[in-house]
Design a protein around this ligand. Structure first.
Ligand code: GUN
Length: 292
């Protein structure tokens, strides 16, 4: 029976460490770190994510601001706000919650963010630095997964890591990070995606499986070998008859896979809270490395 990689517990430890750091900063009469979130439109999941980020800021003692735009916002209005935040000496880091409406060119928006304030680690300059093993902001979800593996002492060196999904936010950076020379890395990485035939041929040979595709219960016990480490990044809202009207489902058939895996992340309470904690970590890093 698999042991649980408890992201909720580890995220609380990390937030506690950050809070202690902020208390020291404030005791030295310096202002606390300040994170700004830009939210466009009314996507339910995006609203929930951003509200959680603001809540986390309060918990660790950061200042936070939420900037809301209607879904009809123009690209130039958004770029104007980004320019203002780039220049502001009061702002250490900011994020533009994705996805953005169709009329907005997402890449143009990301490119406009000052890389020194890009606490999501999405700017190509930061992505390049990450790939080249230079110090930079790591994207929060991959960073959270690495930290979870590290804190539980899971060996990654020489292991075969199979990643499912090649998104710019999770799969692609994860595939680079798992193969890097520093710990936890040094894995042999296979990046699978929607055009990979017979994904089970790869997952059956994996020591570590990281799923980030948003397809509830995709990974079944027969697709893995015994003793695998399973990291489930999927959090899909599935409609149901509950009061909320939905529940969150991972990519992994948890009940069958937990009987075969060595370690497994639950959904919720696995990768999600780690992602949130690492955004706080990147923000305090931006604060400490800023020129102000
Ligand atoms: N949408 C889904 N995940 C993320 C994230 O980590 N950052 C931003 N900005 N948008 C997202």
């Amino acid at each position: 029976m698999a042991q649980i990689l408890d992201g909720l517990k580890v995220s609380k430890e990390i937030k506690k460490e950050i809070r202690a750091d902020v208390e020291k900063i404030v005791a030295n009469k310096r202002r606390p770190p300040h994170l700004v979130a830009i939210l466009v439109g009314n996507n339910g999941a995006s609203i929930a994510y951003v509200n959680n980020k603001i809540k986390d800021c309060k918990e660790v003692g950061f200042k936070s601001s939420l900037v809301k735009f209607p879904s009809t916002v123009s690209e130039s209005e958004l770029l104007e706000k980004i320019d203002e935040l780039n220049k502001s000496k009061d702002v250490d880091g900011f994020i533009v919650q994705l996805p953005l409406p169709k009329q907005i060119d997402q890449e143009k928006i990301i490119m406009a963010i000052d890389p020194r304030k890009d606490v999501d680690g999405f700017h190509p300059e930061n992505f390049g630095k990450m790939a080249l093993e230079m110090d930079t902001f790591l994207p929060a979800t991959p960073y959270g997964i690495l930290t979870l593996l590290e804190r539980y002492g899971i060996e990654t060196k020489g292991k075969h890591c199979v990643i499912i999904g090649r998104s710019r936010i999770v799969g692609k950076p994860m595939s680079i990070l798992m193969g890097r020379k520093d710990f936890p890395g040094n894995s042999t990485v296979t990046l699978t995606h929607s055009y990979t035939p017979h994904i089970e041929k790869f997952t059956q040979n994996a020591d570590i499986v990281i799923t980030a595709l948003g397809d509830p219960n995709f990974l079944k016990a027969e697709m893995i070998k015994g003793g695998t480490v399973i990291i489930d990044v999927g959090i899909t809202r599935v409609d149901d008859a509950s009061e909320k009207g939905y529940h969150l489902a991972g990519d992994v058939d948890f009940e069958s896979c937990k009987t075969k895996a060595s370690w497994i992340t639950p959904v919720p309470g696995g990768v999600g809270p780690m992602t949130r904690a690492m955004l706080m970590k990147n923000t305090i890093l931006a604060y400490k490395t800023s020129v102000y």
